[in-house]
Structure formats: structure tokens, C-alpha cells
Design a protein around this ligand. Sequence first.
Ligand code: UT7
Length: 347
Amino acid sequence: MTDTQPSRHTPLPQPARLGVRIAGTGSCLPDGKLTNADLEKMMETTDEWIVQRTGIRERRRLNRDRGETLDDLCVESLRRALAAARMDPSELDLVIVATMTPEMPCPATACTVAHRVGAGTAGGFDLNAACSGFVFGLNTAHELIRGGGYRSIALVGADALSRHMDYSNAGRGTAIIFGDAAAAAILRATDDPSKGILAHAMHSNGAGWKDIYVPQQPFHFPEGIACDPQKYDKVQMNGAAVFKFAVGTFSDLIQQTLDKAGLAASEIDMFVCHQSNSRILTAARDRFGIPEDRLYVNIDRFGNTVGASVPLCLDELVRQGKVREGHRVMFVAFGGGLTWGSSLWQL
Ligand code: UT7
């Protein structure tokens, strides 16, 4: 070793700590609306039952007959986010799409989307954590930027569960809930280290897989449930079990994240939560005494849009000026896997 080489004991110079900011958001919904009145004509259900049990009045659905795809929604939402961030797509280093319903197993949605928006050879990959996907993506992208290797990352949350719905009586437990959408956020490095994630969490419990799954083979059915080829490719959900899991997990996750950051619920400007059921959101609000205007709800208009649910709320809040620079915002989600996660930001 020469004198000029650092010894094992000489600390290497540390790069300046980077901050991460959310530079722009965008969203895109299919034009096609599916109201509760439409569903009443397709299966034995009522507007009253759906509103009372879920808070949902309508949801959007891709029109496959007209060739509409999830990729189209992703591309448009990302274009809108880039415009909001006043960025050229060539500045993106990476595109991540959080989805459980890619058009095809290969290529990854992110590759097609990066190409279509003009992001050159930016990296692209899909991330599947069901309804928690966007929150897991936020944590992943944030750490990649803070690590210094990437400066600009596009994160899209997108799902079209309409492809996996049974719009007959047999599917009424799920068909009333899910809607299609895509929404994006651009994460960028900033020299201000105070901006970015204050605390985050990501969890899973594979033992709960059978509470939400999409079977495609006889051996995909859990023990005690007979194989039924009519159910292939359709979402199977034990609604009551997911509901119970969600109510408890949601509140525990918020508390855990607040504890990690050393903050109280009253110090959070906005809770941006996965929209799965208005009753689950109300339970969390009641437990923490969160005022109505600080826990956003749009499930009445869009239903549960899975990976798009959290960023769709974020985009609406940003556009309404209810989430802006300087705010502390907590993102919370849970879903199939089972998965659950949070991301608490200083914007
Ligand atoms: O993003 C994460 C994924 N999913 C969730 O977060 C979903 C969480 N779960 C839920 O939101 C609720 O469990 C549902 C909204 C799915 C269902 O509400 P529930 O109060 O748990 O109803 P249930 O499944 O226990 O069913 C109660 C009754 C049943 O009839 P019986 O057995 O009591 O005679 C169902 O057959 O309601 C019946 N039912 C319906 N009735 C009218 C189920 N679906 C419908 C329907 N319309 N669409």
C-alpha cells in the first residue's frame, strides 16, 4: 500500500446527504363508468348495499372492445406527472410500475411505458405487492435516490382488475369493489436533505395468501376449496377475513410509523391511504382522532383501484392544493399477499 492509498481505517469521504422530493404527479382514468345502478342490472345487488358496506358509488373500467389497455393509462398518467414536474422524459433514470395486472407477463409494463413516454434506455421494472405496491415503490425509489445512484425516478401505480372480475352473481363479492386506474409520481434528488422519508415500513405474511388470490391451475385452490375452472383468472377474496386484517393492521401500521418518526398523528398534515372500504378508513380516523379533512377519501368515485389507489389520491390532493411542499404526509396501504406498508414524508 502506498501513502496515497487510504488505509482500511481511514474513513472514506462521505457524499453530501441527498434529499428526495416528489416533483410532480399525474393520473389517468378510463372514460367508462360502472355505476352501482349498472351493477344492479348485472347481478343480485343494490346501490344501498354497496354504499352501506363499502362507500362506493361508481368505478371506472377499461373498454377492452375498443382496445384500451393498462399501458395506455400508465403512459398518460406519467406524461401528466412529467408535465407537472416540468421535466423532459429523457431526464428519467428509472421507471417503476407497481401493478398486479400487467398486460402480459413479459415485457414488464415499465419497459413499454418508458419507451412510449420517450425515456430512452432508462431502466424499467414492475413491482408486485398488490394494493401495497405504490407504497413499497415509494420506499424503494426513495432509497435508490438517497443512495446516490439515481437522480430521477418515475413511479406509476396502475391496475385493471376488471380483467379478473366475474360480473355475475358468483362474483358479486368482488365485482362491486374494484375499479381501473393509473397514477404516477416523479421522485427527484434535491440538495435539501430535510426532504424525503422520515419513517417507513414494509411487511408481508404469505400465510394469508388465500384471502385474495387469482387461481389459474387446479392446484392453486387452497385446502378445503374445490377446484372450479370457472374461477380461473378471477379474483377470489375472503372479504370478511381481509376486512378484519385491514382494520387492525391499518391502525397498528400508522402507530408504528408515527413511533418510528417520533411524531403524533396531530403532526401529520395528510393521511393518504389505500381506498379499500370507507368503513376501514373511518375506523382508522376514529382511533387516531384524525379530522375528516386530513384523511382523504375518494373511494365513492373510483372504488378500490389497487396499485393506483394511493397515487390517485395523491394526485387529486396535489391538484387541489391540499398537499404541498412543507407538508408531512403519511402514505398507508395493505392488500393481497398479504402485504402492508407505510411511507411518511417530509415534502
Ligand atoms: O384492497 C384490499 C382488498 N380488499 C378489501 O379490502 C376488502 C375488505 N372487505 C370488505 O370490504 C367487505 O368484506 C366486503 C365489502 C367485500 C363485503 O362486506 P361484508 O359486510 O364483509 O359482507 P359479507 O361478505 O360478510 O356478506 C354479507 C352478506 C352475505 O349474505 P348472507 O350470507 O348473510 O345471506 C353475502 O352473500 O351479503 C351478501 N353479499 C351481497 N349482497 C348484496 C355479498 N356481496 C353482496 C353484494 N350485494 N354485492
